[in-house]
Design a protein around this ligand. Structure first.
Ligand code: PMP
Length: 366
């Protein structure tokens, strides 16, 4: 029987595997697998979300005027150059859709966010993997992979799943050495978890340069992952190209209102950042104190820890043991990290529970 054939490159895409919320037998356990906010959501954002139920028969403002203006005011940007999307995932996909095509090359780091490869393959582009330097981003390796066919470099800072941070000077060096025709996408999904006042200069670059797109999300520190809302900032020309291919009504009324309220609730953001820093440090210390077990955490600047298992206890066994103890973490064989578990920073009780379970599992294995 005849049937439509997907483009051959579509069949090369490895499906995105989201963080799990339940065990194989359907038990609900604490979810530490998707880097969500341990403190929940801002109450102001929750109330704004609920207020959207009044006008369900109306289409949302397609251009997100209010939320773009609130974003621009908060970060000192031009509202016309802010573009909103169905999560920052959509902006990442739009970038590939507008700037890469069959045969073009798209670079990202070996231990990077899996959506970059999907976005590249979706448009028929060739994914090019730049090796890391002990799990951290290696700017020279990225630059070394640039060819005449390179159209996009995707880089998350802090990076997922490693949690590593590329300092401002390195980002500037990367940008300065990229051809002007290559779009540098700086993915700031975890940027709010950096210390107050610290930033990698991405937004400053995006303000001035013709080839930089910064993406941000409400899914992490703002605790609005369910709403699917994120944004990008770039030159007027880049943003115009992205607008041309986005879905007409890609963000909901509830999402727009919740995002405006979230931008105004800096107390919630500050609380979330402080909670995260405290328990990320604590969990990293607990893991370091396991001693000679071959278990180590990569120093993280995000809301998770990448924990490597290079001794008797394997990452797979730790994943299963933590699941038994009531915690779903993210085991990463799909990201060539079969020896790694990514653990989201949760509540104090979650972190104490995870540390205790890891100590027991390491003891049993050793
Ligand atoms: N970038 C990175 C590095 C991420 O980890 C995530 C979330 N997993 C995203 C982008 C996408 O976030 P969202 O689509 O929820 O905005």
């Amino acid at each position: 029987m005849l049937a439509p054939a997907p483009k051959p490159w579509i069949m090369e895409i490895a499906p995105y595997v989201p963080g799990r919320a339940t065990t194989d037998d359907g038990r609900r356990v604490v979810k530490l697998s998707s880097n969500e906010n341990a403190l929940g959501t801002s109450e102001a954002a929750r109330a704004a979300f609920a207020s959207a139920a009044d006008n369900l028969e109306r289409y949302p403002d397609a251009s997100g005027t209010m939320v773009r203006e609130a974003t621009a005011a908060k970060y000192g940007l031009d509202p016309a150059r802010v573009i909103y999307g169905n999560g920052s995932d959509e902006i990442l996909h739009l970038a590939a859709g507008a700037f890469a095509g069959p045969g073009d090359e798209v670079i990202f780091v070996r231990y990077g966010f899996s959506v970059y490869e999907i976005a590249a393959r979706r448009v028929g582009a060739v994914p090019v993997v730049a090796p890391d330097k002990d799990y951290a981003t290696d700017v020279d390796a990225i630059l070394g992979h640039v060819t005449e066919r390179t159209r996009i470099v995707y880089l998350a800072n802090p990076n997922n799943p490693t949690g590593t941070y590329t300092p401002r000077a390195e980002i500037a060096r990367l940008h300065a050495n990229l051809p002007g025709t290559v779009l540098l996408v700086l993915d700031h999904a975890y940027a709010e978890y950096l210390d107050i006042g610290e930033d990698d200069g991405g937004l400053e670059l995006a303000k001035a340069a013709a080839n930089v797109l910064v993406t941000r999300t409400f899914s992490k520190i703002h605790g609005l992952a369910a709403e699917r809302i994120g944004w990008g900032y770039a030159s007027a020309a880049i943003v115009e190209a992205l607008h041309r291919i986005r879905l007409p009504f890609n963000i909901t009324i509830a999402g727009q209102r919740a995002a405006v309220a979230a931008l105004g609730d800096s107390a919630f953001v500050d609380r979330s950042r402080a909670h995260n820093a405290k328990w990320r440090t604590w969990l990293a210390e607990q893991i370091a104190s396991l001693g000679n077990t071959g278990i180590r955490a990569i120093p993280s600047r995000a809301n998770f820890l990448l924990v490597l298992f290079e001794g008797r206890l394997t990452a797979e066994a730790a994943y299963k043991g933590l699941m038994e103890a009531g915690y779903i973490t993210r085991w990463l064989p799909g990201q060539q990290l079969g020896h790694g578990l990514r653990i989201t920073i949760g509540t104090e009780a979650d972190m104490r529970g995870v540390a205790e379970a890891l100590r027991r599992l390491a003891g049993q294995a050793g």
